[in-house]
Design a protein around this ligand. Structure first.
Ligand SMILES: C[S@@+](CC[C@H](N)C(=O)[O-])C[C@H]1O[C@@H](n2cnc3c(N)ncnc32)[C@H](O)[C@@H]1O
Length: 344
């Protein structure tokens, strides 16, 4: 590549008109200089005037060009703003559409949940209605066996249902235990005490809640059963089983008991912690008579199912008897002869 063409490449690209103006300016400058040097002042002045005219025309052209560029810039800016605003509008519309769709979905979901709740509520209500004749029959049978000396406290809810009570009292009446231990006092304590009054026997009932223990004591006294049944305050304390602590009745409340031949496990309530009733058998096994009956309430719940599975595996001589009524499980305990001999 020649030196000339290299210089031409480095120069900024000129339009035809710019090149022509540059050439004319160059010629006029050269002509003015030559005329002045050769002593032709008139020609030099004429050429200088022409040069001035060319410069003025060039400046005017430049201003026009700049004005055009500025107008183009303003128009490009306006276009850009319009495009950005349009995009913003589309974005807001899309977000709004999504929001409305999500709102619709939320509404549909809430309606579906409400429908499911209605159905389950209706099912629960209808299962309670279906249970009414059963509970009514049980109530009639309960009151046929004796006449209470004062109004009986209510059954159901936290207390055993009439159907639960009916089988429980039947077991006590037929097996005639000498010492009944009840975990969780209440209405059941009064019913049990009435049966034990007929069959001969004693009831010890533990309650973790001093308030409910007091209420049961009052009920027993009103019915004249306080010589048959005793309610003991037994606050929940940690008891260790296989390296885990469970809140359970203070073992001190059991310390003087032995040969217990009937147990009702109806506490502590599930609200006191997971596996709330699991410690029961571990804590009372050595205080049981060689043969005992254990009624375990709420046996259908997962924690109670797990407790029963673990107990029957752990304690030899513990079997499930089967039940006639109610929500409880009836377990039979028969201490294996070798262990019974060691206890004797
Ligand atoms: C399942 S309840 C025991 C009920 C008792 N075995 C009966 O059938 O009447 C277990 C414990 O819950 C507490 N309790 C009793 N009635 C209650 C109630 N209405 N609300 C909350 N807790 C109650 C008492 O401390 C009781 O020992």
């Amino acid at each position: 590549m020649s030196k000339m063409s290299r210089v031409r490449r480095r120069l900024p690209r000129l339009t035809g008109r710019q090149a022509a103006v540059l050439t004319v300016t160059g010629v006029l400058c050269t002509g003015t200089a030559a005329a002045a040097l050769l002593g032709h002042p008139r020609i030099a002045t004429t050429l200088l005037a022409l040069l001035g005219g060319v410069i003025v025309a060039g400046v005017l052209l430049l201003f026009r060009r700049l004005a055009t560029v500025q107008r183009a810039g303003v128009s490009a800016q306006r276009d850009l703003r319009t495009t950005v605003e349009e995009m913003q509008r589309r974005l807001v519309a899309a977000v709004e559409r999504e929001r409305l769709t999500a709102g619709d979905r939320h509404l549909e979901l809430a309606e579906a949940i409400a429908r499911v709740k209605q159905v389950t509520d209706r099912k629960a209500a209808s299962s309670q209605l279906l249970a009414l004749p059963r509970e009514f029959e049980a109530t009639v049978q309960l009151f046929q066996s004796f006449t209470p000396r004062a109004p009986m406290p209510s059954s159901g809810d936290f207390a055993l249902n009439p159907t639960d009570l009916l089988e429980l009292l039947h077991l006590i009446r037929t097996r005639k235990p000498r010492l009944v231990l009840e975990l969780g006092s209440g209405t059941s304590s009064v019913w049990i005490a009435y049966v034990l009054e007929q069959t001969g026997g004693r009831l010890i009932s533990l309650d973790h809640d001093a308030g409910y223990a007091g209420r049961t004591r009052t009920a027993l006294a009103v019915h004249g059963l306080d010589t048959i049944a005793e309610v003991r305050d037994a606050a929940l304390t940690p008891v260790g089983i296989d390296g885990r602590d469970y809140p359970w009745y203070d073992p001190e409340a059991l310390a003087d008991l032995h040969d217990i031949d009937f147990v009702l496990i109806d506490g502590p309530p599930a609200s006191t912690g997971a596996d709330a009733r699991y410690p029961a058998l571990h804590m009372i096994e050595k205080r049981l008579a060689d043969r005992a009956t254990i009624v375990f309430d709420d046996a259908g719940r997962p924690d109670e199912q797990a407790a029963m599975a673990a107990w029957t595996e752990r304690f030899d001589g513990l079997t499930r008897e089967g039940e006639l009524l109610g929500r409880h499980a009836v377990l039979a305990f028969a201490r294996p002869p070798a262990l019974a001999a060691a206890f004797a």
